[in-house]
Design a protein around this ligand. Structure first.
Ligand code: ADP
Ligand code: MG
Length: 486
């Protein structure tokens, strides 16, 4: 049989290694600030630059954060832990070694649930471990030399390593999106890939569909967005399939992704395994995760997105769709939860968030934590609509934008200044209704002959002559009564 007669169908296999920067105030082993964006080399104590004679002191918060993600992903938490030195030479690593839990991770196993097509899938984790970050080499500042910024040196990271069981670029997107959502809900990492606080390497291989053994993998680095992770995986899967189809073989390599060209290219072959000469760091004692520490972290664990969806549907009786969109990101969920303390009209609260407030954030490219109007201000608006002082449509179109510009203003004053306070006084609305019916005798008789669809027209006319001030429910009721009588 010639090669052309034989078409092999391949399956893609991906394992991800994700570095997430923990949002502690200070670094993993000293008091330097861990915040992003300071002037280069201003957050660099003798410990950060690795001067001889300095001693690291472990940041307790970082351990608690690692336990948080471990509990959230149902990992086994290791009670006895130590840090090892991982030796290598690189200009951004002044000590000549990185302090890492590579050999003894604090969290083992566990999983992240993703949606794979119409079914749920558990992507199992191999481990989550703590380590310090290196500094940053900057090559594009000057043509003659490179610069080094050591602010990042010593910032706490967790590395989350999956088992090789992600089956496509699309599933990798799902995994990373969900992982980022969990990290943000747990308030342990801001998940910002552009600023490098979440970084991902993708290990990719392919194998003939149905094969049990794994194919040779490549590791793709420098993926700075979730979208690029997918692009790199899809590119690799195609490149490998073409290689194998042509009778070639995949070489185990580390590759880099060129986002502009949409291709990967080799950085180094992985033939000679690095010898990092790991050994336990003698400057750091073992640390223990005691039952009481576990208990404390468990008790302080913020609700996870899925738990919140459950709460919104069960307790607040929201449709599942609304609940899911609200819980999609932590900021929206936090805004909503504040709102529910201030109004009992949960459905109205959801409608406001998913409708006019979301449009506002989209138009202005804001996150929900940046919405100028506070939940209390929005709750007042919801009350006004409930009391029929104003209709939802005028409240959202006319009052909301003004409140966004002047969040402290009183919505009632705005409404009365605009002369749009709604009228639910029977006599006034009845007068508007009478006027409309008197003006359209032919339409009224058509209605009576059975053209019930004309009701919409009458309502619209009343709305028009009242300039939107007639309470719609009352309008409807009075129209029904009067038309039935006539
Ligand atoms: P290495 O020793 O090369 O770092 P590991 O066994 O530590 O490899 O695995 C690193 C990552 O690569 C993990 O996420 C793992 O799931 C993934 N991985 C391992 N083998 C394969 C493979 N054949 N195809 C795809 N991913 C793989
Ligand atoms: Mg590895």
């Amino acid at each position: 049989m010639s090669r052309e007669d034989h078409i092999t169908i391949y399956e893609t296999v991906v394992g991800l290694e994700v570095h997430a920067q923990l949002s502690t105030q200070t670094k993993l082993f000293c008091g330097d600030s861990a915040a992003f964006g300071a002037e280069p080399n201003t957050e660099v104590s003798p410990i950060s630059i690795g001067l001889p004679g300095t001693l690291p002191v472990l940041n307790r918060k970082a351990i608690e954060y690692a336990i948080r993600i471990g509990l959230a992903c149902e990992c086994a938490i290791e009670p006895v832990n130590y840090f090892a030195r991982k030796h290598y030479f690189y200009p951004d690593l002044p000590k000549g070694y990185q302090i890492s839990q590579h050999t003894t991770p604090i969290c083992k196993g566990g999983f992240v649930r993703i949606q794979a097509g119409s079914t749920q899938k558990k992507v199992r984790l191999n481990r989550i471990h703590l380590e310090e970050d290196a500094g940053k080499n900057i090559h594009d500042n000057d043509t003659d030399y490179s610069s080094i910024d050591l602010n990042r040196a010593g910032v706490p990271l967790i590395e989350i390593v999956t088992e090789p069981e992600i089956s496509s670029g699309a599933e990798a997107v799902q995994f990373l999106t969900e992982l980022r959502r969990i990290l943000r809900y747990l308030e342990i990492c801001d998940g910002n890939m552009e600023e490098g606080s979440m970084r991902c390497d993708a290990n990719v291989s392919i194998r003939p569909l149905g094969d049990k053994t794994l194919g040779t993998k490549v590791e793709v680095k420098n993926l700075n967005s979730i979208r690029n992770v997918r692009r790199a995986i899809e590119f690799e899967a195609q490149r490998m399939a073409a290689l194998l189809d042509a009778g070639g073989a995949v070489v185990q390599q580390t590759r880099s992704f060129d986002a502009g060209a949409g291709i990967t290219f080799p950085l180094r072959d992985k033939e000679e395994a690095n010898d990092y000469r790991y050994f336990p760091d003698p400057d750091l004692p073992q640390f223990y995760v005691t039952e009481s520490l576990l208990e404390k972290v468990r008790n302080d664990l913020p609700p996870l997105p899925e738990q919140l969806v459950e709460k919104l549907t069960r307790e607040f009786h929201l449709p599942e769709y609304d609940a899911r969109v609200i819980c999609d990101d932590r900021e929206t969920a936090a805004y909503f939860m504040e709102l529910t303390k201030l109004t009992n009209n949960y459905k109205a609260a959801a409608n406001w968030l998913l409708g006019p407030v979301k449009s506002y954030t989209n138009e202005h490219s804001l996150g929900f934590s940046q919405v100028p109007l506070s939940p209390a201000g929005l709750a007042r608006l919801i009350d006004m609509v409930d009391e029929k002082t104003i209709s939802f449509s005028t409240a959202s179109k006319q009052i909301l934008p003004r409140l966004m510009d002047r969040p402290g203003a009183d919505p009632r004053e705005i409404a009365s200044a605009l002369n749009i306070l709604q009228n639910s006084d029977d006599h006034t609305v009845a007068a508007w209704v009478d006027e409309v019916l008197a003006r359209m005798p032919e339409k009224v008789s058509e209605y009576k002959k059975g053209k019930k669809g004309l009701m919409g027209l009458f309502i619209g006319e009343v709305k028009k002559i009242s300039k939107g001030k007639a309470d719609p429910k009352l309008t409807n009721k009075l129209l029904q009564e009067k038309l039935d009588k006539k």
